[in-house]
Structure formats: structure tokens, C-alpha cells
Design a protein around this ligand. Structure first.
Ligand code: IMP
Length: 187
């Protein structure tokens, strides 16, 4: 069975993702062009890897890049509780503008944990750039820091999605589009 045959439906095809990523990068470029300090883009591993890679190549500014990892998901589709930071920043973000780059915001608990973490490290502002947002599932509201902004690629209905960095059981991240798996794959 080929990888693509596991997909029930493509929700966001490659060209639509590429176009939206370019728009987000232009917004970020425009919003930060007059800042004296280059913003720090912090990708949330592993899901944001493809999005971050494409986004930073479209930003026409000096930026620095780092990663964090926050684990709360098990190997299934249901969160297993409060997130924990299992890989911390290498860069010092004190007095810097941080942009947390996420694949998807679901309940919001991972994001609020990461924002609080960046604030505790002295970031002067914390923005969020997420490719997908599932507002219907939100349990924890996102409180940005300083002049931080919320950049969102697409609103997503309450589906469990895979591809373009997002996984099910650590697989399907390498799909170039975002889609839904066939129901039999989950069983
Ligand atoms: P939250 O803490 O509930 O907002 O979950 C955020 C994290 O859960 C994301 O960064 C993803 O890694 C993962 N996640 C949430 N929904 C999905 C999904 O539909 N597909 C794949 N991963 C997801």
C-alpha cells in the first residue's frame, strides 16, 4: 500500500499551503522590518519542521532560528495531559522578539506552556505563527506577550490531520500536503 493511498481526503494541497506560507512570511516581514533586533523564530519540534523551513525562506529579514520540543501527545490522537518542555532553546531570547512557529493549535495547552516559557526567559514580545488552528477544540486561551501577534495560516475543522510535518504515530510527516487518514489506519 503506497503512502498516498492511506489518505481519505486532502484538505490543504501543496500549492495552497505554499501560497499561504508566502503570505504569512510577507506579513511577518512587514511587521518586523523596523525592529532593531532580528526576531527569533522558534519552531516547535517535530511537527513545525516543514512549515518553519518553508516560512523562513520567504521572510525577507535577518532572523535567527531555534527549536523547542514540548511533549504532550502519546502515539495516538488524544493528548495525554499537560505538556512538558523536553528540548529547550539554545539561544538567549532575553529582550528579543520571539515568534513561536507551530504546526497546529488544538486545545492550546502546548502553546500557552511555550508562551509562558518564552516570557520567563525575558522575551520582550512573544508572537505565534501557526499553520493550522482548530478553534473549536480550544480549552486554554492564547495570551500573547508584549506587542506579540497571532499569525494563522488556515482554520481547520475538528479533524485529526496528518502531513506537512504533522504525524499520526510518528508517521505521515513527509506527506507534502495535509489530509485525513482512512479510518481503518487508526485501528
Ligand atoms: P494542543 O496542546 O492540544 O494545542 O496540541 C498541540 C500539538 O498537538 C500540536 O503541536 C501537534 O503536535 C499535536 N496535534 C494536535 N492536533 C493534531 C492533528 O490533528 N494532527 C497531528 N497533530 C496534532
Amino acid at each position: 500500500m503506497s503512502l498516498h493511498s492511506h489518505i481519505e481526503q486532502v484538505l490543504f494541497p501543496e500549492d495552497q499551503i505554499a501560497e499561504r506560507v508566502s503570505q504569512l512570511a510577507s506579513e511577518i516581514t512587514n511587521d518586523f522590518k523596523d525592529e532593531s533586533q532580528p526576531p527569533v523564530l522558534v519552531g516547535v519540534a517535530t511537527g513545525a519542521c516543514l512549515f518553519l523551513a518553508d516560512l523562513i525562506r520567504r521572510i525577507d529579514l535577518l532572523v535567527s532560528v531555534d527549536f523547542v520540543r514540548a511533549d504532550s501527545y502519546g502515539s495516538g490522537t488524544i493528548s495525554n495531559g499537560a505538556p512538558r518542555i523536553s528540548l529547550d532553546l539554545k539561544l538567549d531570547v532575553k529582550a528579543k522578539h520571539v515568534i513561536v512557529v507551530e504546526d497546529i493549535v488544538d486545545t492550546g495547552s502546548t502553546l500557552s506552556c511555550l508562551i509562558a516559557h518564552m516570557e520567563s526567559k525575558g522575551a520582550s514580545s512573544v508572537s505565534v505563527c501557526t499553520l493550522l488552528d482548530k478553534p473549536a477544540r480550544r480549552k486554554v486561551e492564547t495570551k500573547l506577550v508584549g506587542q506579540g501577534k497571532f499569525y494563522r495560516g488556515f482554520e481547520c475543522r475538528d479533524h485529526f490531520v496528518v502531513g506537512y510535518g504533522m504525524d499520526f504515530a510518528e508517521m505521515y510527516r513527509n506527506l507534502p500536503y495535509i489530509g485525513i487518514l482512512k479510518p481503518e489506519i487508526y485501528n
